[in-house]
Design a protein around this ligand. Structure first.
Ligand code: ADP
Ligand code: MG
Length: 591
């Protein structure tokens, strides 16, 4: 049978393009809202009905379009945003492919209304399945309004894949949240069947996040820059972590992205404070030269390619680690937990607190013999075996040292107080974190100790593995590996990091290779190293119950203040737990 090559008609080509760009109502909203943002709108309203299956409308107060431009915008590859391929290197708009409007128009009934600011009348264009049905004049405020009805009415296969109205509406909601975070200076309104779902007015990033993603959750800012990238944003404390990555809002040059390299860098930094399987809540903005990132990898532009992948990765990780190391969420509380030694009176909010204050005053004016002993560092005193000792007066600063030790509970928990909070510390977790950070410091300052293998191990690598091993030749020695290229794809391991000498170093070697391939920076060694160190730390410190002297408890708290990532044990479990007076009163039905 003879086969002939034909050029596809415009309509078919648009439908094919729609297959890539328009997956569901949320993708239509994405394209339309991005156009509104690119048009300089300061206010964008999104209406949908039946989850967008029946109708989607996006209206903006942007610069609008003339009648000619409005007609042209529906043609394939019609865009006002670039004109030459070199412009691709300096893109600062969200769109540039000129595909969205014709694609959407080809799979729906679309009405475009637009009025250029400064002109008297607007234009209304009706399109059905990609064919223009009418062009009329209309009255409207300056700006643009696009209405998409009966999405996929002419593509039954796609129609079948649409989910319930609720599911589609929530996809759209999540999409709007992502866009709203990227432009706090723009007001957004989102309505489903006339009901307000989200309404935000112009503000700054922190306000916007509080409104759409982190209600009632404290946020901490970060900022840092290297030659490769500038990174800034906000993150929530580890207690606000999620079980999915949905709370990780990441942007490259203000465009929302889901990128493996970026995600990896974030997780590397948060590894120290999060348990396995937990993901941080954060908004992270990366700025790079437009020429240093390719956003044209996929039509939806969620994937990107960095020119300096490894540097961008390390910038993100470094900036986040710097701020996480300080555990600012503890510092935050420290402002509230003032040492009682201060002469300032405590704010008295209730009768109960007044009682607490009186009790404290009693201790402060007439220290008991026991308390005097506590304040003499060298004095020896009885073990506080689960019995209450007077609160300790402390002049030291830092969250942990400012706590007043009350007693030890079941030889496993240290019970303290800070202002109007009861603080319970898991002593094993605390010891573990202190020891772990000490081990790591020693490890880092001495470099990685290497150990010769009695019998060198030969390995068969794949082409890419061998290529990677060769390309990153410089990384192996500092981390304790000694390798030989044996010929072909055969490699020999002569020495390995001592810390993994009895472990599965071959697995470690291959993991590092994979990491290098994927992320251009070796993370798995750190990961494995940290895991081993955490295990060593765990076994080298007080396990289970163990009665501690008051000095020992105090010393532990002091060390915690000079320890990085002090709020969590090396496995990411929290070290301390607080109960406020209010919560306590509630338990006793007193409030
Ligand atoms: P792209 O955004 O990639 O340029 P689109 O198909 O999404 O392609 O839009 C085509 C053109 O229509 C845009 O380049 C822009 O000039 C114009 N346009 C689309 N939506 C709007 C809007 N809301 N306000 C003003 N102009 C718009
Ligand atoms: Mg567009």
């Amino acid at each position: 049978m003879a086969v002939h090559v034909k050029i596809l008609t415009e309509t078919v080509a648009n439908k094919i393009a729609a297959g890539e760009v328009v997956e569901r109502p949320a993708s239509v909203v994405k394209e339309l809202v991005e156009n509104s943002i690119d048009a300089g709108a300061s206010d964008i309203r999104i209406d949908i009905s039946a989850g967008g299956r029946r109708m989607i409308r996006v209206s903006d107060n942007g610069h609008g379009m003339s009648r000619e431009d409005a007609l042209l915008s529906l043609e394939r590859h019609a865009t006002s945003k670039i004109s030459a391929d070199t412009d691709l290197d300096t893109i600062d708009t969200l769109g540039f492919r000129g595909e969205a409007l014709p694609s959407i128009a080809s799979v729906s009934r679309l009405r475009l209304k637009s009025r250029l600011a400064g002109t008297i009348e607007g234009t209304e264009i009706a399109v059905e399945g990609g064919t223009v049905r009418s062009v009329t004049a209309c009255g409207m405020p300056a700006g643009t309004e696009l209405t998409v009805e009966q999405l996929f009415y002419n593509t039954p296969a796609r129609l079948k894949f649409m989910r319930s109205s609720e599911t589609e509406a929530s996809h759209t909601g999540e999409l709007i949240v992502r866009l709203a975070i990227s432009r706090p200076e723009i007001g957004f309104g989102y309505y489903n069947d006339g009901k307000e779902i989200l309404k935000v007015t112009a503000g700054d990033l922190q306000q916007r996040l509080k409104k759409v993603a982190a209600r009632d959750i404290p946020l901490f800012s970060f900022y840092g820059e290297t030659a490769a990238a500038t990174v800034n944003g906000y993150f929530a404390p580890p207690t606000a972590a999620r079980s999915t990555a949905a709370g990780m809002y990441t942007y490259i040059n203000n465009r929302f992205i889901r990128d493996k390299v970026v995600q990896h860098a974030i997780m590397q930094a948060f590894r120290a404070v999060l348990e396995k399987g937990r993901y941080p809540l954060l908004a992270l903005f990366i700025k790079v030269n437009p020429g240093d990132v390719d956003v044209n990898v996929h039509p939806t532009k969620h994937e990107v390619r960095f020119r300096q992948q490894a540097q961008v990765h390390d910038t993100i990780q470094g900036v986040l680690e710097d701020v996480l190391r300080e555990s600012p969420w503890l510092e935050n509380r420290q402002n509230i937990a003032r040492p009682i030694a201060s002469s300032e009176p405590l704010p008295l909010k209730s009768r109960h607190q007044a009682g607490v204050q009186q009790a404290l005053d009693r201790f402060m004016s007439k220290p008991s013999p026991e308390l005097q002993r506590i304040n003499e560092p060298d004095a020896s005193y009885s073990r506080p075996e689960q019995k209450t000792v007077p609160v300790e007066i402390s002049a030291t600063t830092g969250y942990f040292s400012s706590l007043q030790i009350i007693c030890q509970f079941r030889a496993a928990y240290i019970i303290c107080q800070a202002d109007d909070r009861l603080v319970i510390i898991d002593q094993h977790a605390a010891f573990e974190r202190v020891r772990f950070e000490q081990l790591k410091k020693g490890f880092l300052s001495g470099g990685v100790e290497s150990q010769r293998l009695l019998i060198p191990v030969t390995l068969e690598l794949s082409f890419t593995e061998a290529e990677t091993a060769r390309r990153y030749r410089d990384v192996w020695t500092p981390i304790g590996f000694d390798l030989d290229e044996f010929g072909g794809l055969t490699w020999r391991i002569n020495a390995v990091p001592r810390i993994v000498a009895l472990k599965d170093y071959e697995g470690l070697f291959r993991d590092i290779l994979t990491e290098l391939q994927q992320h251009g920076s070796s993370a798995s060694f750190e990961l494995v190293r940290d895991e081993l160190l955490a295990r060593v730390a765990c076994h080298s410190v007080v396990r289970g119950s163990h009665i501690l002297e008051l000095v020992e408890m105090r010393e532990l708290l002091k060390q915690m203040d000079s320890t990085d990532f002090a709020a969590q044990c090396p496995h990411g479990r929290p070290v301390s737990f607080e109960i406020t007076l209010k919560e306590l009163e509630k338990t006793f039905n007193r409030s």
